[in-house]
Write a protein that binds this ligand. Sequence first.
Ligand SMILES: [Zn+2]
Length: 259
Amino acid sequence: MRFILQGGTSNGRDYFIDFLNVGQGDALLVRTPHNKVLIDAGPDNSLSYELSNYFWNPFCSFDFGFVTHAHADHYYGFTRIAKLCQPKLITFNDVDQLQTSSQVFNQLLQENKINKTFLGDEYFFDGVRIKILYPRSPQDLNLHHNDLNFNSVVMLLEYGDFEALLLGDAQKETLATINWDDIKSQIKLPLEVIKVAHHGAINGFYLPMYDTLKPLYCVISVGKDNTFGHPNPDVVQQLESSGCTVLRTDVKGTIEMKL
Ligand SMILES: [Zn+2]
């Protein structure tokens, strides 16, 4: 199942964000004419299957990757893809959390192919810019040892007039630390899309952010009949009543958005 949406600028060039249907987890693929970038990689090898829809050989086709945090539903797919491929760089703030559980990540660490990333960092590829909005500094990673969702990277992707706010599994307390009026002044409204935090859970729902940015589309990456009860029905309801069109991977399958 594949849902294709004409997004923001529609300038005729082949720029896409694909919210991949990897079951209960997150995996986003950014495709440009010259680069492929992964943001999270899902809980298992379903990422490989999804990528095979785009590439003859998906395993050596991404330039770099972002891991929002060290929960398996976001990073585990990288352990296969990163082994078969040679990514230039992966950002992963919580690599210490994996300890010896992932030889692949340890190997990447030894090869200096893993960087931590914080507020102010920017990544450029093919005219696309990704700005890191959270965490603010290494200290933020130590604030909530018992819940890695608090470490989740928050990022803003920009290409021309198109912007996507990608929240990982950020918690509402995290989102409350970001100055959204400031972010609003930096972007060209309307904000085209928000990747909703934490699979639509209530603990990732920060209403003032939505009220400020008024996104057109709210994408929830979530597994069908998942045992967590994601997404929270009240969150879906509040997103819809705020005027945001909710798109769910458990309903639509992979969601392709043309920038
Ligand atoms: Zn998650």
